[in-house]
Design a protein around this ligand. Structure first.
Ligand code: DON
Length: 319
């Protein structure tokens, strides 16, 4: 829009139109049963595949929702965004860029080859090796202190105290030998700060944090709102650090399908194998959908469809 010679962002449609877009996506995809729960972490296979919740929170803190807003799933890889934010806040905007990098790997999220390609560099903090390295960069005097600092940071984004889903943590901790191997290799190439197995354990805990669709929407809305929680008003990321975080989400948020996603929506986003997906329309809204069945790339089928339709109906694409 051009007003008085100034280019200004088009504003969102009114309340009823936003709610109507959310309701329509819920109705359109409610009975869609494509995809399958992740099962390489045994506890994830047991989550009800019918679970479906949509939440959108605007930068002025209004919530629009449909479906299940009360059931928690594990946050999984969506946590990686917020650990990246923590490291950038604690250690500066170049800390992530200089360690594991901010490039797409072209490989699956837990690829050994991606490490070998550039000896643990030229990847990003949203794939497992980069994420475990990012977790190892969080400051604290011991493992418990680092963990509490991470959990309280995530909780501030959600605007409530979050906790670990213990069954998911136990299940993942018993089966995370591959992540331990990734961490060891990243350590061997000099990208892990301290004990790689400690970093892997803290990473496993962070992936097991329980969140609802509303929690995830609040976390996304905080990024949409230049780093300030739109309801509590708490500043969590300095506004000048937000664009870099969104850039990494745009590059690598949906793994091998990140390009396709950006092509269709223009939205920085992040998926998790628990079935959550967050997306950010800067200055406008954060949106989250929870629906456990995933496609072949590891992204929630219904979440991708619902967010694409809602954002396109609301003019959420910043490009
Ligand atoms: O480390 C893992 O494999 C899981 N805790 C997280 C992976 C994940 O969510 C990838 N998402 N698409």
């Amino acid at each position: 829009l051009l007003m008085n010679g100034l280019v200004v962002a088009a504003s969102l449609p009114d309340d009823t139109q936003i709610q109507a877009a959310v309701d329509k996506a819920y109705q359109d995809y409610r009975s869609l049963s494509d995809g399958a729960n992740a099962d390489y972490i045994p506890a994830l296979a047991e989550v009800d595949p019918a679970l479906f919740g949509i939440a959108l929170i605007t930068t002025d803190g209004k919530l629009y929702s449909a479906g299940d807003l009360n059931t928690q799933v594990s946050i999984q890889s969506i946590s990686k965004v917020f650990t990246m934010a923590k490291v950038v806040e604690e250690s500066g905007r170049l800390s992530i860029y200089d360690n594991m990098g901010v490039d797409a790997t072209g490989q699956v999220f837990n690829s050994i080859n991606a490490i070998e390609q550039h000896q643990g560099a030229e990847m990003n903090p949203l794939v497992n090796p980069g994420a475990i390295a990012a977790t190892s960069m969080v400051k604290g005097k011991d493992a418990a202190d680092i963990w509490h600092s991470i959990l309280s940071y995530y909780s501030d984004f959600a605007g409530r105290q979050l906790t670990v889903l213990d069954d998911v943590y136990q299940s993942e901790a018993a089966t995370n030998q591959r992540n331990q191997a990734l961490a060891m290799l990243m350590y061997a190439y000099g990208h892990i700060n301290g004990d790689p197995l400690q970093a892997t354990d803290i990473y496993t805990r962070q992936c097991s944090v329980g969140v609802t669709a509303k929690d995830l929407a609040m976390m996304a809305a905080t990024l949409a709102n230049a780093g300030k929680n739109p309801v509590t008003g708490q500043p969590l990321v300095q506004s000048e650090n937000v664009p870099e975080i969104l850039a990494v989400m745009a590059t690598a948020g949906l793994y091998d399908d990140s390009g396709k996603w950006l092509y269709k929506t223009g939205l920085p986003a992040k998926s998790g194998v628990g079935g959550g997906l967050i997306a950010v329309s800067p200055g406008k809204f954060g949106i989250a959908v929870i629906s456990p069945p995933l496609d072949a790339a590891g992204n929630s089928v219904r979440a991708q469809k619902a967010i694409t339709d809602i954002s396109n109906a609301l003019g959420g694409n910043p490009y």
